[in-house]
Design a protein around this ligand. Sequence first.
Ligand code: ACO
Length: 470
Amino acid sequence: MGTVEDLRPIFSPKSIAVIGASRSPMKIGYEILQNILVQGYEGKVFPINPETPQIMGLKTQPSVLAVKEDIDLAIIAVPAEFVPKVVSECARKKVKGVIVISSGFAETGERGKQLEDEITEIAKKAGMRLIGPNTLGYKDPIDSLDAAFVFGMPMAGEIALISQSGALCIGMINYANGEHIGLSRVISVGNKADVDDGDVIDYLARDPETKVIAMYIEGIKDGRKFLDSAKRCAKPIVAIKAGRTPAGSAAASTHTGALSGSDVVYDSAFKQVHIQRAYDVIELFDYARALAYQPPAQGNRVGIISNGGGAGIMTADWCESIGLRVPSLTKKTADALKPHLPPITSARNPLDVTGDARFHRYYATGAIMLSDPNIDSLVMTCVHAGIARPREYVGAVIKLVEEKRNLRKPIVACWVGGPETDEVVQDLRVKNIPVYASASRAAKAVKCLTEEGRRLELVGKKKQKETPAA
Ligand code: ACO
């Protein structure tokens, strides 16, 4: 069986056993069982606990060996020293896959490392895939399965999230919900004793619900396997690689037992397989949303429109300082723009549509800029100065995004203002239009879309080379 088939019973189980399902609402084993039930899982659920006959109205069994039916997935939440025994029982029961939530393994030192090797060996011998140990589990908002111990689901969407950190994973879900960013699958991989990032990338590469893969990584054990999976994956991947400094790296080794490795090596390996690197959670989602919902840019030439000259200049600076170009407009474009501009401004790039711009000025100048053959992408900025009307700006951006899809040029929105503007630009977020509260974030998102355009171009050329001429 290949990885995708191996992992299907874990991520799409017909039956789940929760080993260590607890009677106490204060315990993780209680939370896991409750989350599965709250989310409305439709398969069979078997709580395993030798100390009590039932939990949450479900009959318990003392061990998976006492369950008569087949078990696809076992989620294990008993203290580390008991995990080898329950993993062995799962192997005997021919459970198809296990998730070991328990911590107390390689992240704690030599004894923990031995325990981790022991359970990995048992699972390998039985042909049973193992996620973790030291993991949060996973959350699947598309199929409505919460197989994790912290309450709260992401909004459903098209970005998959793989995280080596459990708590950060929950923080990222909450951040994404606040930004109205939907996720397809959220998978906490923990210590990656067996199932690792490469396996999950292979799985998500074939997942029809996932368009973009976003990752938080502390260390990668099998570099070759990871790079092969990333190279095979036709979808864009964006990743944070933490543990870049001696202090970060030392913290990663006690967090998930990760060996952070040389940052320079990671950087060049990521470039080799076109993984785009983010340096914090905000960047990760900035890029992921742009990649999921805007077309890749066909080149690096950016058009900039703002109603505040300063904002346009800052955006131009940011674009040029990260390898994008802010080209001059053609005479045809400049002539077309003039009738829409007040006499105090000139038809140039970056274009200052001035503080009194209303819906039509934004819309008309945006449409003209987008039709310029020297422009590959557009940043539209709204500065909430006294007479500016953010709602009209938002309306113009939405209309442009919806009407100009056929041009295959990304449009990115940017704003400067207070809570009032933030509230108005929420309409853009709801429509999955990338919108950023700073020039640097907007420029970097465009750069990311430009890199994606380049990746697809290279992949296309490689495919052409490999296809023999008819
Ligand atoms: N089979 C089935 N059930 C059992 C077994 C067994 N062999 N042995 C014990 N149980 C039952 C217990 O009776 C108990 O149920 P009860 O409360 O009804 O009596 C339940 O399983 C839990 O066992 P406890 O001994 O009470 O264990 P506890 O819940 O205190 O801790 C846990 C277990 C949660 C796995 C803990 O050891 C642990 O590892 N916590 C940290 C988990 C974590 O943070 N994971 C990673 C996060 S992600 C990251 O940041 C990388």
